[in-house]
Ligand binder design. Structure first.
Ligand code: CTP
Ligand code: MN
Ligand code: MN
Length: 506
């Protein structure tokens, strides 16, 4: 260590760097400034006084003459930001940890600045700053419904949605992954430094996050929300059967609202007609209670046409969500093959009982010989889907809410004329039938979330050289299908820790 030359200088020579108490300035070549943030005012006052007593010039206010900024528990980014807010300083002062100060006090002279004295990332106080560590694939981590960073994730999700509506899928996925990483964090993010090292946070997402942390809102999110194009895309794709492409075409044709669409006299397909007719109902969230009522009806239908067949609730409700945009069911039979032809029978039953406002059944074209495991190539249509609009009677809800309804009020002519809204509502319902041999894959595939599913497939492909679908898991290395009769087995095949449905809310 090179000892610094001691010089005795009187206070008046050093301007405002002085020593109010009349302490002699021994080291005019160093001008200290102690940062109050995190250190606190009283500790700062005490340390400043100590410094002056030892002959160090300590400035009360920051100025260009400061050569050493002393910090306690501050990150280097934080101090640099603060310095910039002061208009910077030329030459830049040393940004030092409190350790340099205390050691210099002990030595009675300014010590040579060693690397460990310099404010560095690792010198942040780990107990003060909350660091997060998150694995990069959503299927490697747990994401509950508890979201500690809703303002950030909602902003990023909106940008993801806007990108998807604009058919910019790459950007949609990028924003979606960034939102998912923040959803998985165990507590609130308060500073950018906490995000260091987190996966999937690209430049654009970080810019949005930074703006929200600093100003409370993101200008890009606000302008997107206000944009006519985004609003029109949202309204039009809110129609069941209308995707981004169709909405875009209509917008180019000057259609921006449901009213304009009706006026324009466009030819709508059957799904879109039903979607437009039941627009308000379909865009109103489905509650868990409503999902359970529909479940009862679906179970009744299934039991009537194939005793022994089983129905499970999948989608968001299986993940524990309290509301959803639809209700998803997976149906199977414990004896392989018994499920063949089940879907048309279930649909017919529901139709004859007046439960369906719309339905479209698609046959399964999945072949083991071509695409995955299952049964002989002769039976093709075992894995079927039905996208439907269910007519959910509100009778029971009304009755329990209003006991007068059951007992009557004495006047036989006073039958309350209820409008349509109070008697039933339209609910989107998805039905899927799977053979038992594929049930675990179908269950995993239809439980979601969509991002969790996408990440599972990406993990399988990129990290395991396997192909995962709602039917099967194929190991490309061994050139064989990996069977599974439970979701746990599929996670195990993929080399992933099992994540229960309630933790798949990525
Ligand atoms: N799914 C699918 N094929 C489709 C539609 C959906 O495989 N054509 C899968 C999705 O990947 C997801 C699950 O079905 O895993 C549920 O999809 P969806 O009902 O759209 O989403 P939820 O997570 O249930 O959300 P919500 O509660 O809003 O319905
Ligand atoms: Mn759903
Ligand atoms: Mn669905």
């Amino acid at each position: 260590m090179v000892p610094l030359k001691r010089r005795k200088v009187v206070a008046s020579q050093t301007g405002n760097t002085g020593t109010e108490g009349g302490d002699e300035v021994k080291f005019p070549q160093v001008v200290l400034f102690l940062l109050e943030r995190k250190m606190g005012a009283s500790r700062r006052a005490f340390l400043s006084q100590l410094g002056r007593k030892k002959g160090f010039p300590v400035q009360e206010l920051f100025s260009q003459t400061v050569t050493h900024v002393i910090c306690e528990n501050n990150s280097v980014e934080e101090v640099k930001t603060w310095l910039e807010s002061r208009g910077g300083s030329r030459p830049a002062p040393h940004l030092l940890d409190i350790s340099w100060f205390t050691e210099s006090m002990r030595a009675g002279e300014p010590l040579e600045i060693l690397d460990r004295h310099k404010l560095q990332e690792q010198q942040r106080d780990e107990s003060e700053v909350v660091f997060f560590s998150v694995p990069s694939y959503a299927c490697q981590r747990r994401t509950s419904l508890e979201n500690h960073n809703a303002p950030l994730t909602e902003a990023l999700s909106l940008l993801a949605e806007n990108a998807e509506l604009s058919e910019d899928d790459g950007r949609g996925v990028a924003f979606g992954r960034a939102a998912a990483v923040l959803k998985a964090l165990p507590s609130l993010v308060t500073s950018m430094s906490q995000l260091r090292g987190l996966p999937c946070l690209g430049e654009h997402s970080l810019k949005v996050i930074k703006e929200i942390l600093e100003n409370g809102t993101s200008s890009e999110v606000e302008s997107t929300k206000k944009s006519e194009r985004y609003q029109a895309l949202k309204v039009l794709t809110g129609i069941f059967g209308v995707g981004a492409k169709t909405a875009e075409r209509w917008i180019r044709g000057g259609i921006r609202s449901l009213h304009q669409l009706r006026q324009a006299g466009r030819t709508l397909n059957r799904a879109q007609q039903a979607g437009l007719e039941h627009y308000d109902d379909i865009n109103q969230p489905v509650t868990k209670a409503e999902a359970e009522l529909i479940m009862e009806t679906v179970e009744k239908a299934v039991a009537s046409v194939l005793p022994g067949a089983q129905t499970v609730l999948t989608g968001g409700f299986r993940r524990g969500k309290l509301t959803g945009h639809d209700v998803d069911f997976l149906i199977t039979h414990p004896e392989e093959g018994r499920e063949v032809g089940l879907m048309p029978k279930v649909v017919s039953w529901l139709q004859s009982e007046g439960f369906l406002l719309y339905q479209k059944t698609t046959r399964n074209s999945y072949l083991e010989s071509k695409d995955g495991p299952g049964r002989p190539a002769s039976s093709m249509d075992r894995f079927e889907r039905c996208f439907s609009i269910f007519k959910l009677s509100k009778e029971e809800e009304t009755r329990t809410e209003d006991p007068q309804e059951e007992t009557g009020n004495g006047d036989p002519n006073s039958t309350k004329v209820m409008d349509k809204q109070s008697q039933w509502r339209a609910v989107r319902v998805d039905l899927v039938v799977s053979p038992i041999s594929q049930f675990a894959f179908a269950l995993l595939g239809w439980t979601g979330s969509k991002l969790f599913e996408r990440e599972l497939r990406r993990w399988a492909g990129h990290e395991r050289s396997m192909s995962l679908s709602s039917h099967a898991l194929f190991d490309n290395t061994q050139s064989k299908y990996l069977r599974a009769s439970s979701e746990e087995e599929i996670f195990a095949h993929l080399g992933l820790e099992y994540i229960p449905p309630s933790q798949r809310n990525a």
